[in-house]
Write a protein that binds this ligand. Sequence first.
Ligand code: FE
Length: 256
Amino acid sequence: MSVELYRDKNHSCIMLENLIDSDSSAIQSNQFIIVDGKDIALIDPGGNITYNGIFFEIHRLFSNGTVKYILASHADPDIIASLNKWLIQTQAKLVISKLWARFVPHFCNKDIPKNRILQIPDQGLSVILGDSKIKAIPAHFLHSEGNFQFYDPVSKILFSGDMGASMDDDADLTHPVTDFSSHIKTMESFHHRYMNSNKICRFWVTMVREMDVEMIVPQHGRYFKGKKMINEFLDWIEQLECGVDLMKQSHYREPD
Ligand code: FE
């Protein structure tokens, strides 16, 4: 189902949340379409499983639009493994961390012309979409070394990639989180292992607290809506020990 996260007469943000069969071995993931006027940006469109669904949805909803950008938070398979198809079917530019720009051509059958990849420097950048702009926000090591989230100042949505992701096969993803404390159990083990460290989480929280964010929408699971719920999430992740904080010598032993 496509979920309309935001819409005004010129600008909309759509989340696609059910393009992967519920009994698939592939992890559930959300894909995003941002439209301003006739310009379209896709965020983390995923791999071959989700390609057709996104393609048909764009043509159903925005048939006279043009896909300008593929915005990739990092270079994992559930983020951008469909790159080859998007580059062939559209004239879009891939926007990705400079750390991954020379790795992602391995997803493609042929080399990618240099002008089809916009490399994001570590400090981030903005891209123009119609009359609006989308900001690539630094989120390095959350979880990938060169990692960006995408902030849309019109809708005030922060598309947070893996940050805030949850794993719950029974969740209704068309609605935001309503009870934060019961939601923690669907996020905790993922953040413990995938996020780098409490130090990095705190850097990110400090940045986000200074931004005007109405929704935090992760790539897996349910989203957070409203300042109160966003603050509950920020308070939780700010104190979470994770990643290298939890690693011990006993994790690094040659197996039998
Ligand atoms: Fe990833």
